[in-house]
Design a protein around this ligand. Structure first.
Ligand code: PMP
Length: 407
C-alpha cells in the first residue's frame, strides 16, 4: 500500500477532465505519449513569460536565466538517471534522435565491415532502422535475439549470438508492443564480457520504473520526454563519459565549437559537442519540471500502480472470448491483444466512439508483427493517472465491441 492520493494526482492533469464523443475521456494511449500535469504546463508558461532568451551566448539577465534553467534541467536528468555528471547528458528531440546520434557518431567511428550489431526481434523501428543504415554504410551485419513464444527474449540463445564479433548490443528495456521487461542489467553484463558496447532504449521504461544507468551497466541510454509527462520535441541521451569524449560530432553549427576558421573547427567537450544550434530550451525546462513531478510521486510507486492496473486489464481481457493478450506475465504498464473478431483499426474506431483512446496497428514493430503473423494488435497502455474504474470501463467497452463485431 502506498500513501499516494491517486485521485489528487489525477486532478493535476487538466486534459483528462473532458468528454470525447459524449463520454468521459478514457485515455489509454500512454505508451504513445503521456499527458502533461499542470506543473509542467505552468513551467512552460513561466519560462516564456519571464525568462525566455537564447542560452549560453548572451551576457544579459534573461540569457543567463534561460541558461540556468536549461543547464539546471540537465542536472535534473542526470540525477534522474543516476549519471555521474550532467556532462554525460545530451539533450535530443527524443529516443529516436538519441539512437541516431549514437549510430552516426560512435557507430561510424567504431563499427567496421564484418562487425555484428546485435538487436532483438522486438525492437521499435527507431532502434532498428538507424542500425540498418549504419550496417549498410560500413558493411556490418545485423543479428537478432529471437522473441520466444511467451513474448520474452529467448535468453537461451544469448551465448550463441553474443559473440566477440558483436561491437554493439542495442535493446529495448520495456517493449512497446509486448510489454516485456527485459533483464537489462543481465544483458549489459553479458555484453561487457565479450567487449560489446550497449545501448538501452528507455522510451517505455524511463517514466515507469526506477532507472539507474550505473546499476544497469549500459553505455548509452536514450529516452523521450513526451512519454514521461514532458513536452514533445525533447529527450535525452546518456552516454558513458569515456565514450562521449572520443566520439566525433554529428551535427555541425553554432554552440558546439570552440573556434572556427574557414577551413576547420575545434569542438567543445561533451555534451555541447553534440548540441549544435539553438536547443529546445523550453522543452528542457518542461522536462526538468516533469522529472520533479515524477520524483515527488516516486517511480517505484508509479511502477506498482501501473502493475496493478495492467494485471486487472489482463484479467478482464482474458475473460472476453476471442481475445488473446500478447506478452509475458511480468510486464510493463500495457496490454496488447489480438481480437479474432475485429481488425485493430475497427476496434480502436469503435473504442473512440465511446471516448476510449486505444492504439491499433503495428506499433512501429512491423517485423515483429510479421513474425507473429498478425496484421497488428490493439494496445491499452496505462500511466499513473489512470484508475481501476477506467480499466473496468475499458473492459465493458470491449465486451460491447465483441457483441457489435462478432455477430
Ligand atoms: N522505442 C520505443 C520502445 C518506443 O515505444 C518509442 C515510441 N513509441 C520509441 C522508441 C521512439 O520514441 P520517439 O518517437 O519519442 O523518438
Amino acid at each position: 500500500m502506498t500513501s499516494i492520493d491517486w485521485a489528487k494526482v489525477r486532478s493535476d492533469f487538466p486534459i483528462l477532465a473532458q468528454q470525447v464523443n459524449g463520454r468521459p475521456l478514457l485515455y489509454l494511449d500512454n505508451a504513445a505519449s503521456s499527458q502533461k500535469p499542470r506543473a509542467v504546463i505552468d513551467a512552460l508558461v513561466k519560462y516564456y513569460e519571464h525568462d525566455n532568451a537564447n542560452v549560453h551566448r548572451g551576457l544579459h539577465e534573461l540569457s543567463s536565466r534561460a541558461t540556468d534553467a536549461f543547464e539546471g534541467a540537465r542536472t535534473k536528468v542526470a540525477r534522474y538517471l543516476g549519471a555521474e555528471s550532467a556532462e554525460e547528458i545530451i539533450f535530443t528531440r527524443g529516443t529516436t534522435e538519441g539512437i541516431n546520434l549514437v549510430a552516426n557518431t560512435w557507430g561510424v567511428a567504431n563499427v567496421k565491415a564484418g562487425d555484428v550489431i546485435l538487436l532483438t526481434e522486438m525492437e521499435h523501428h527507431s532502434n532498428l532502422v538507424p542500425w540498418q543504415l549504419l550496417a549498410e554504410k560500413v558493411g556490418a551485419r545485423l543479428r537478432f535475439i529471437p522473441v520466444a513464444d511467451d513474448g520474452s527474449l529467448a535468453l537461451d540463445r544469448l551465448g550463441e549470438l553474443l559473440t566477440p564479433e558483436v561491437k554493439l548490443f542495442a535493446f529495448v528495456q520495456v517493449s512497446n508492443s509486448l510489454g516485456t521487461i527485459n533483464p537489462a542489467a543481465e544483458l549489459c553484463r553479458a555484453a561487457r564480457a565479450v567487449g560489446a558496447v550497449t545501448l538501452v532504449d528507455g522510451a517505455q521504461s524511463a517514466g515507469h520504473m526506477p532507472v539507474n544507468v550505473r546499476e544497469l551497466g549500459c553505455d548509452f541510454y536514450a529516452f523521450s520526454g513526451h512519454k514521461i509527462c514532458a513536452p514533445t520535441g525533447i529527450g535525452a541521451l546518456w552516454g558513458r563519459r569515456e565514450l562521449l569524449e572520443k566520439m566525433p560530432p554529428w551535427h555541425g553549427g553554432g554552440e558546439m565549437i570552440v573556434s572556427v576558421t574557414y577551413e576547420r573547427a575545434t569542438y567543445k567537450q561533451p555534451p555541447h559537442k553534440f548540441e549544435a544550434g539553438t536547443p529546445n530550451i523550453a522543452g528542457a525546462v518542461g522536462l526538468g519540471a516533469a522529472i520533479d513531478y515524477l520524483e515527488a510521486i516516486g517511480r517505484q510507486n508509479i511502477f506498482d500502480h501501473g502493475a496493478e492496473l495492467t494485471e486487472r486489464a489482463v484479467k478482464h481481457l482474458g475473460e472476453i472470448p476471442g481475445i488473446r493478450v500478447l506478452g509475458p506475465m511480468h510486464r510493463g504498464a500495457l496490454a496488447a491483444f489480438h481480437a479474432e473478431w475485429a481488425h485493430p483499426h475497427d476496434l480502436t474506431t469503435f473504442a473512440n466512439e465511446h471516448g476510449l483512446a486505444l492504439r491499433g496497428g503495428h506499433h512501429c514493430t512491423q517485423p515483429l508483427m510479421r513474425k507473429l503473423k498478425l496484421p497488428g494488435t490493439t494496445r491499452a497502455s496505462f500511466y499513473f493517472y489512470n484508475t481501476a474504474d477506467e480499466v473496468d470501463r475499458m473492459a465493458a467497452i470491449l465486451r460491447d465491441a465483441r457483441k457489435f463485431f462478432d455477430r
